[in-house]
Design a protein around this ligand. Structure first.
Ligand code: XMP
Length: 514
């Protein structure tokens, strides 16, 4: 499968372009995202079976609005314009676009006028779609007919069956468009004639091919964090270049119980790469002595992390390239952060490649969403226990001990967290609760154990459900289960005599306590 059938997606700067690519992958089709400036000749070279024109923030009537090569429409393959892509198609082929009387934003009821074949085949007569536009097609180019409309938008979708050129004003790629998947499937399979047999194994093969092209016979250094993304990137690189990959795992001593061992075990046995396990707990503890402010903790951990990584990289000697498990949401977030308030500063090793003199940066997961990364991880042979690991903050358990850190306090969160994880898994809730952990609150209180008075710590349980971690609900864990967890924590974790359940949503609270 070295030259898979594909579609080309031309990117006009829309926020959903990668989402279109993802939906196309879900239909079992490989896609290549190119900038809108790609020439028809360059597109032709890829031998696509269809072209999709994405949405974008511009107005096609503005001077300097992004236009595609007009020859895109005469390549002889079907074209689907989405939102801006549809308006562009209208203007470039001799139609017109005008401001809407009523700007449509959000869910709109769309009347599907032609469902007897073509793009809208098999859709319901009326279907809710996601619309977001200020302009719309006011006159279609010759050869086009209306295939869908809304109360405010007379041309919500159009088609020229002869030339196989289509446009939709709504966004089939977002889940709010109820039958969007069907629209994309119709385009890809019925209109472009694609088989839909592309899968994660094929993705892995292509990614391997691309890594080999980039790295050639060079060597690569990768920082393993203990999380899913860097582990999947490492497994992929191992498949591509084998022993020319070296991994450095900086262990700050704030990992959950068993995690460091699992990482080291996987990457020395299943993927026998050269692995440096830098056990730097002492350095981190020493530098964090007396620090209570959460942001200071993060800064120190971030700084130490980079220092330890650099030290280990220098010891290893020259490696040609630097690899990172950056995934698509990281790419968006790093573009968006400008000007937004820093609530919690997340550390990363972004500045490292240049500083350490690498030839290039290898980021094989850059275009994938989290759930796709997980699928890829399973395809590559990583165990489910690692692939479905819940998110874990870079600074680890250090931000789950409120106030000053000591090895004993870290032990308390680690042991109580393990009990919580065991019980949640036993109850079968580990996939439905998005994130769950324990926190060592600073509070101590009086209790009785046996006939003895105790004065010990209170541990809090935090368990949330969320899609994007920007907002979160409190997970509804059954009382009985909470009771069992509480009994076990107080009984098994020395230094704890009280367990609390955090019932605050985000906002106003954040997910982590620090
Ligand atoms: P908050 O606490 O901001 O958490 O509601 C949202 C998500 O981000 C994770 N988180 C972090 N991740 N470094 C990270 O890599 C950090 O410093 C950090 N702080 C919070 C948190 O676990 C949750 O998934």
């Amino acid at each position: 499968m070295h030259n898979p059938q594909r579609v080309v997606i031309l990117d006009f700067g829309g926020q959903y372009t990668q989402l279109i690519a993802r939906r196309v992958r879900e239909c079992g089709v490989f896609s290549e995202v190119l900038p809108y400036t790609a020439t028809a000749e360059a597109i032709q070279k890829l031998d696509p079976k269809g072209v999709i024109l994405s949405g974008g923030p511009s107005c096609v009537l503005d001077e300097g609005a992004p236009l595609c090569d007009p020859a895109v429409y005469t390549l002889g393959v079907p074209v689907l314009g989405i939102c801006y892509g549809m308006q562009l198609t209208s203007v470039m082929l001799g139609g017109a676009v005008a401001a809407c009387n009523l700007r449509e934003y959000g869910r709109s009821l769309v009347m599907m006028d032609r469902r007897d074949g073509g793009l809208l085949e098999g859709l319901s007569p009326q279907s809710f779609c996601w619309m977001s536009h200020t302009y719309q097609v006011s006159a279609m180019p010759e050869g086009f007919t209306v295939i869908a409309h809304t109360d405010n938008c007379p041309v919500a979708a159009m088609a020229d069956e002869q030339r196989r050129i289509y446009g939709v004003q709504f966004h089939p790629e977002v889940t709010h468009t109820e039958e969007g998947r069907r629209v994309l499937e119709n385009f890809l399979k019925k209109i472009c004639g694609l088989a839909g047999d592309w899968n994660m194994e094929a993705y892995a093969e292509l990614a391997v091919q691309r890594i080999r092209e980039q790295v050639k016979d060079g060597t690569v250094l990768l920082g393993l964090s203990g999380g899913v993304d860097s582990a999947v990137a490492a497994a992929l690189l191992y498949r591509a270049i084998g022993h020319r990959l070296t991994c450095v795992y900086v262990d700050h001593g704030f990992m959950r119980a068993g995690e460091s061992d699992q990482v080291v075990d996987i990457f020395t046995r299943t993927f026998p790469v050269e692995l440096v396990h830098a056990d730097a707990a002492e350095t981190f503890f020493a530098d964090l002595a007396g620090v209570t402010d959460p942001e200071k903790k993060r800064k120190i951990i971030g700084r130490d992390f980079v220092e330890v990584f650099k030290r280990e990289a220098r010891k290893l000697g020259k490696r040609d390239h630097f690899a990172q498990g950056t995934i698509y949401p990281d790419v968006i977030e790093s573009g968006d952060v400008k000007g937004s308030a820093v609530i919690k500063s997340h550390h990363n090793v972004g500045g490292l490649p240049a500083e350490l003199g690498f030839d290039s940066l290898v980021e094989p997961l850059r275009m994938l969403f989290k759930d796709e990364v997980r699928k890829l991880g399973l395809t590559l042979g990583l165990p489910e226990s690692l692939v479905y690991r819940q998110p874990f903050p870079g600074p680890g358990l250090a931000i789950r001990v409120i106030g000053e850190l000591t090895p004993d306090k870290v032990r308390i969160v680690r042991e109580s967290d393990l009990i919580l994880r065991e019980e949640i898994a036993r109850a079968g809730l580990d996939r439905s609760v998005s994130q769950y952990f324990t926190v060592l609150t600073g509070a101590r209180s009086v209790g009785v154990m046996g006939d003895e008075r105790t004065y010990a710590y209170a541990v809090a349980i935090r368990a949330v459900t969320t899609d994007d971690f920007m907002t979160a609900d409190v997970a509804q864990i059954p009382y009985e289960l909470l009771g069992r967890i509480s009994t076990r924590i107080v009984g098994e974790v020395k230094g704890v005599n009280r367990v609390l359940y955090d019932i605050t949503t985000k906002p106003p609270a954040s997910i982590e306590w620090e």
